[in-house]
Each structure stands twice: as structure tokens, then as C-alpha cells.
Design a protein around this ligand. Structure first.
Ligand code: NAD
Length: 318
């Protein structure tokens, strides 16, 4: 079996936040999904957690029957064309998971890691010939609402493997992109954290408060982002204008070569964000809950628009 088959079985190793979401989206797309976790409570809660997602998205509950939650890794990977690891972000644990997966998966199965930050090369190193069928497939949270998957081959990945994974994920309604080189943070987190670095520096230098940074982002360029990426926008306004702005602006942007001292200070003071009532801004539990609801509502409306269940310009736009 190959990961190229649009309905092939997929094994997801780790049934936490990301594993559950990855399993749900692939089961909804018609794949048989085995969700493995060594923690019995993660296994027994899969049906309830996945059902809540099917209901949130008004999806046919038939997909739930395609999810097999198990505490046995060999059973999970048996017959799977694609094995996606979504275990803890720990190199030693992930290496153990792949050693087990290689021992039990079918020889043609593709092996993917959902790591956020561990280099593909570090995970591929002990895999020997199995490195040819290994790559990163970095899903975003939650995978059933945020469709991007960054597919990142390592130096030894066979040329056809990334294409197979991209094809399977596209057929499942996701938006895979393929990177040529494995760099820390892939593309999405590099862009996101470049923006955060400047945002923190603006607050630290007294230009504006955190609320203003968020307002400028949400009500300014952020409104365009779902329709227009930054380089499309550069081409739209013209590169001469972009160049003129960069010549003026780039020399004054923050270049702190480490985590910003203001972020270090907040964490040292226990100001960890919504969970502790204060981070860059102050939060009551009600305000924090309202933000979570706002984000989920926004993403659900966007997912429904993508699947054609809310007419463009309908409820979400009012
Ligand atoms: N949370 C996010 O927003 C996000 C986004 C993208 C990628 N990731 C990455 O996805 C991976 C999982 O993150 P998460 O947020 O789902 O974490 P999580 O803690 O919610 O889930 C991890 C799961 O792995 C299980 N586990 C522990 N040992 C295991 C083993 N040996 N084999 C298989 N499973 C094992 C745990 O029991 C747990 O259920 C991490 O590598 C993380 O960096 C997370």
C-alpha cells in the first residue's frame, strides 16, 4: 500500500491535541485511521473528543466509525500506507516511536513527523535506509480548522515521497505546501515569530501598548491576509514601492538576536498570559474565554465557507 492511495489506511502515533485533530480530518476525508497512544486515558477519550469535532463541523458522523483508537502500536501501523507521528516534542521519545514504527510498518509505508522544532535530519539520522521514506508533515492547530501542512523532506528522503504525501493531503481537503529545505520553524513559524519579535520590540520601546499592536494587526493588514499573502501584496502594490519602503524601514526594525528581554522578564515574573491572568495584556477568565470563542467561531466559519456550507458574504461577514 502507498501513501498515494486517497483512501489508504493512515496510522497516527500519539492521540493528544494534534494526533486527535489529524486523525479526525483524515477520517472525515474517508481514510481508515488508527490512533495509537500509550496513555489509556488518551485512547478511551478518542471517540468523545473526535465526535465533538464532527459535531462542531456538522460533518457526517459515519467518519467516526473509521477511527480505531488503540494502545497497541503494531496493530495501529499494520497495513497503513502513511504513519504520522504526533507524540511529545522530545527527540529521544520521537526516535523510539520511529524505531518501533519502522519495525512494524509495511515496507512501503511513508513515515512522517509532526514535529514543530526538531530538525528532520536529527530524526532521520538513526533510521538507516528507512530515512528514504521519512519526512516532516507539520500540521497546524487545530488541523480540522487550519488546513496548512508544511511537507518537508530531509536530505535522504526519496524524491517521490513528498509528492505522495502532498497528493494524499490535498485529496483530504488540506492545503499542503512543500519546502525544499528543512529550516528551524519551517516557513509558518518563521513568519509568525518574525512578526512577534517586532511586536514585542514596539511595546518594549514604548511606541505603543500591546492592545494597539493587536488592533493594528487585526484591523489593518491582518484583514487582507486570508485573501492576499505578503509577496502577492508586494506584487500588487509594485516592487518599486516595496523597495522604497524597505530602504526606509528595514534598518529600523528590531534585530534582537535572541528571545526579547521583555518576553524573558514576563516569564520570569510568572506573567504567562491568559492562564495566569496577565501576559502582554491583563485578562479576566471571562475575557480569555471570549477570545477563545472568537477564534474558534472565526475558524469554523472559514472552514464552512471552504467546504461551501456558508455562502461567501453570508453569516460570517455580517
Ligand atoms: N499543539 C500545537 O499547536 C502543535 C502544532 C503543530 C505541531 N505540534 C507538534 O505535534 C506533536 C504533538 O503535540 P500535541 O500538542 O498534540 O501534544 P499532546 O501532549 O497533546 O499529545 C502528545 C501525545 O503523545 C502521547 N505519547 C506519549 N508517549 C508516546 C509514545 N511513545 N508514542 C506515541 N504517543 C506518545 C501522549 O500520551 C499524548 O497523548 C509535538 O511534536 C508538537 O510539537 C503541536
Amino acid at each position: 500500500m502507498s501513501a498515494r492511495d486517497d483512501r489508504s489506511k493512515v496510522a497516527v502515533l500519539g492521540a493528544g491535541l494534534m494526533g486527535l485533530g489529524i486523525g479526525q480530518v483524515l477520517a472525515a476525508a474517508g481514510h481508515e485511521v488508527a490512533l495509537y497512544d500509550p496513555d489509556p486515558s488518551a485512547v478511551t477519550s478518542v471517540v468523545e473528543r473526535a465526535a465533538a469535532v464532527f459535531e462542531l463541523l456538522d460533518q457526517d458522523l459515519d467518519g467516526l466509525a473509521r477511527i480505531d483508537a488503540t494502545g497497541e502500536l503494531d496493530r495501529a501501523v499494520a497495513g497503513a500506507g502513511l504513519v504520522i507521528e504526533a507524540g511529545p516534542e522530545d527527540l529521544a521519545v520521537k526516535r523510539r516511536i520511529f524505531a518501533n514504527a519502522c519495525a512494524h510498518a509495511t515496507p512501503g509505508a511513508v513515515l512522517a513527523t509532526n514535529t514543530s522544532s526538531i530538525p528532520v535530519a536529527a530524526l532521520a539520522e538513526p533510521l538507516g535506509d528507512d530515512a528514504r521514506r521519512f519526512l516532516a508533515a507539520h500540521f497546524w492547530h487545530p488541523p480540522y480548522l487550519v488546513p496548512l501542512v508544511e511537507v518537508v523532506p530531509g536530505a535522504r528522503t526519496a524524491p517521490t515521497v513528498a509528492a505522495e504525501v502532498v497528493s494524499l493531503l490535498s485529496a483530504a481537503g488540506l492545503q499542503p505546501v512543500r519546502l525544499a529545505v528543512d529550516v528551524p520553524g519551517f516557513v509558518g513559524n518563521r513568519l509568525q515569530h518574525a512578526l512577534k519579535r517586532e511586536a514585542i520590540a514596539l511595546v518594549a520601546s514604548g511606541v505603543c501598548d500591546a492592545e494597539t499592536v493587536d488592533a493594528v494587526s487585526r484591523w489593518g493588514f491582518g484583514l487582507r491576509l486570508p485573501a492576499l499573502g505578503p509577496l502577492e501584496q508586494s506584487d500588487l502594490v509594485g516592487l518599486e514601492l516595496t523597495l522604497a519602503i524597505h530602504r526606509q524601514l528595514i534598518p529600523s526594525l528590531d534585530t534582537t538576536p535572541a528571545a526579547h528581554p521583555l518576553l524573558e522578564q514576563k516569564v520570569a515574573e510568572g506573567k504567562l498570559g491568559m492562564a495566569t491572568g496577565e501576559g502582554f495584556r491583563r485578562w479576566t477568565p471571562e475575557e480569555a474565554a471570549a477570545v477563545r470563542r472568537r477564534v474558534t467561531d472565526h475558524l469554523v466559519q472559514a472552514a464552512r465557507r471552504r467546504s461551501g456550507r456558508v455562502a461567501s458574504g453570508g453569516a460570517a461577514a455580517r
